[in-house]
Ligand binder design. Structure first.
Ligand code: 5RP
Length: 263
């Protein structure tokens, strides 16, 4: 692995703990003005000091994030369908590698849809991005999704994650499911979990904790942070779970204490 690739991976997965808290704010590329991100900069500014990595789209990065920001960027480089389209996640390449380099990214993220009629398109777009990115030592993070008729379980998440790694992903982002050890064990590259739809804070912290216990290296979490009753308190609680091995109870207490201080 080249020095550049290793260095970028070390900016994403912190060498001190071998873990990462990535803050996903890329939702607008298929969901439009997502609740909490309407004025993305106002949401993200106070969260940035607590995030190891920020995952935006190119437009959001340019318009909302000041270039002086020193948080590493993992740029969303896939898209092409919206939530209004029945073939959601039939995605292709939306950003060239030249542009990603110009934006000084630490990595790029691409969604693959395994088990959908159009899976081949997304997998071939993904490998095209990997070929381009590897040339410059840029890691590609696979965001795995499975066909809508498939149950989100360990068997299918392991299948999608392993395919992503076999095709060249350096990191895999997937969903936490019961039996997550199976997903981690059969995937030869580090795994981070997405948060998914907003759930109560205590449940989201438990999910993050279970994922870490099962061997995930961190989270790439969006809605469960920025749609929280207190996003700044929530990201700090997530950080305690990921980097300090806090139990869900300890992390939830931290969340409520931090939140209470502001009230
Ligand atoms: C879509 C995505 C999202 O845009 C986002 O990054 C997910 O974050 P969360 O589910 O935690 O809100 O990856 O496939």
């Amino acid at each position: 692995m080249s020095w550049g690739m290793n260095n970028r991976l070390a900016r994403i997965i912190k060498p001190k703990t071998g873990k990462t808290v990535m803050l996903a704010v890329d939702h607008g590329y298929f969901m439009g003005p997502t609740t909490g991100l309407e004025r993305l900069n106002e949401m993200v500014d106070p969260l940035l000091p607590h995030a190891d990595v920020l995952m935006p789209t190119r437009g959001a990065l340019r318009q909302y994030i000041p270039p002086k920001t020193d948080v590493p960027i993992v740029l969303r480089v896939s898209g092409g369908t919206s939530i209004l389209n029945e073939n959601l996640l039939h995605e292709g390449i939306t950003v060239s590698m030249e542009e990603a380099i110009r934006l000084n990214v630490a990595g790029v993220a691409f969604s693959i849809m395994v088990g959908a009629k159009f899976e081949r398109d997304t997998l071939l777009g993904f490998t095209q991005v990997i070929d381009d990115a590897e040339r410059y030592g840029i890691p590609v993070i696979a965001v795995t999704a499975i066909g809508k008729d498939m149950v989100r379980d360990a068997r299918y998440m392991a299948l999608a994650s392993r395919i992503a790694a076999e095709l060249g992903a350096r990191i895999v982002k997937t969903y936490y499911v019961e039996g997550f050890e199976k997903v981690v064990e059969s995937c030869p590259v580090p795994i981070v979990i997405a948060g998914g739809k907003k759930i109560p804070e205590a449940d989201a912290l438990k999910m993050a904790h279970n994922a870490i216990q099962a061997g995930a290296v961190g989270v790439d979490m969006g809605r469960n942070i920025f749609q929280s009753e207190d996003p700044v308190a929530m990201i700090q609680a997530v950080k305690a779970v990921v980097h300090e091995d806090a139990t869900p109870k300890e992390a939830y207490e931290l969340f409520t204490n931090l939140k209470a201080k502001k009230e």
